[in-house]
Design a protein around this ligand. Structure first.
Ligand SMILES: [Cu+2]
Length: 358
């Protein structure tokens, strides 16, 4: 039988472990925390991060912290961010192709700068939200390139929390934005070859991921096929939501960041004009989202990874993180609605119009 003292010690240990685990601090992280102590974090490139205690603890609490490759400050060779879209209408047609140069092997190098910041954004008429953003908007820049391009993404964290960038698509494990948590003031350079072609997304992968995504750290990532798709009017819609009263549910549902924006500002289209819509779902909290087109049907290319395989429908349902390309053409003039086919979402802002004219 355990003595009173032994039992007390056991209970204390169990309790502190549970408390730590509840805070997200796993046993593996405890090891790295002890190893890191209060000394500056070191990486292959030398002393890089003298974090203050609270932020170091926060980063370690993610459980995945590795510091290799993390720099302090933005590397001087990083290009100036060029993303200047502000409204959902801007985001519909804005692409960030990065700084383009040729490598000695003839391949294209594209260099992008993404900066995580805390930004107050408008999410509905008269409603602002304290978001976490890449380059100041929710969604962040639509990064665009072609299959086979070499990409270098300079990520700098100007916020008070650790963040990363996790890209969907093929790349090495240390470019995946999971293990290398970038502390406040830190930077990381993601470098990989863009493949395969399709419509992807990027988002922060710091735990709790639910929080870091819901706060606004995401954007569309389009990889064009080596032979470009046929000409069309191209649009990008990122479907999301905002939990403005912090109750773990969305109060507003949007495309490109502001509820009902495309009700007030219908998207102009022309009769007979081919339209290609890159659709990304990053909605947090709700398991699915959808897109329904009125007065028409579309070709649905799931994930955009095939040029020939599609289905023809008028509604597509996407889980969080799923993407697709829709192609359609209007034959007749008029105002046509598009919206989530979850009526609740559409009533809370996920609705808009195409205004089709001759
Ligand atoms: Cu984050």
């Amino acid at each position: 039988m355990a003595s009173g003292e032994a039992l007390k010690s056991l209970l204390t240990r169990a309790l502190s472990r549970r408390t730590l685990l509840r805070g997200g601090l796993g046993l593996g992280a405890l090891g790295s925390l002890a190893a890191a102590g209060c000394t500056p974090l070191r990486a292959a490139g030398g002393v890089v991060a003298a974090q203050d205690g609270a932020h170091a603890l926060h980063a370690m609490a993610q459980g995945y912290t590795q510091t290799a490759g993390i720099l302090m400050g933005l590397p001087p060779e990083a290009p100036e961010p060029t993303w200047d879209a502000t409204t959902p209408m801007d985001i519909l047609t804005a692409y960030d192709y990065g700084r383009e140069t040729k490598l000695p092997n003839g391949k294209t190098l594209r260099e992008y700068t993404l900066i995580a910041e805390e930004t107050e954004v408008e999410v509905a008429k008269g409603v602002t939200y304290p978001a976490w953003t890449y380059n100041g908007t929710v969604p962040g820049p639509t990064l665009r390139c072609a299959e086979g391009d070499r990409l270098k993404v300079y990520f700098h964290n100007k916020s008070r929390h650790p963040h990363t960038i996790h890209f969907h698509g093929i790349h090495p494990a240390n470019m995946d934005g999971v293990f290398e948590q970038v502390p406040p003031g830190g930077s990381y350079v993601y470098e990989f070859e863009a493949e395969p072609f399709g419509v992807f997304l990027y988002h922060c992968h710091t735990m709790p991921v639910k929080k870091h995504v819901e706060k606004g750290l995401y954007g569309a990532f389009i990889v064009d096929p080596p032979t470009p798709r046929p000409p069309a009017k191209e649009l990008v819609m990122v479907m999301n939501g905002f939990d403005t009263d912090v109750d773990g549910e969305n109060e507003f549902y949007t495309v490109n960041g502001i509820a009902n924006y495309f009700v007030d500002h219908p998207i102009p289209l022309k009769i007979g004009e081919p339209v290609r819509l890159y659709l990304v779902n990053v909605l947090e909290f709700d398991l699915i989202n959808s897109f329904h087109l009125h007065g028409n049907v579309f070709k649905l290319y799931r994930t955009g990874t095939s040029l020939s395989s599609y289905e023809v429908t008028d509604t597509v349902m996407l889980c969080q993180g799923e993407r697709c390309i829709l192609e359609f053409t209007y034959k007749l003039p008029g105002k046509y609605m598009f919206h989530a086919h979850q009526s609740e979402f559409s009533e809370l802002g996920w609705m808009g119009f195409f205004d089709v004219k001759a």
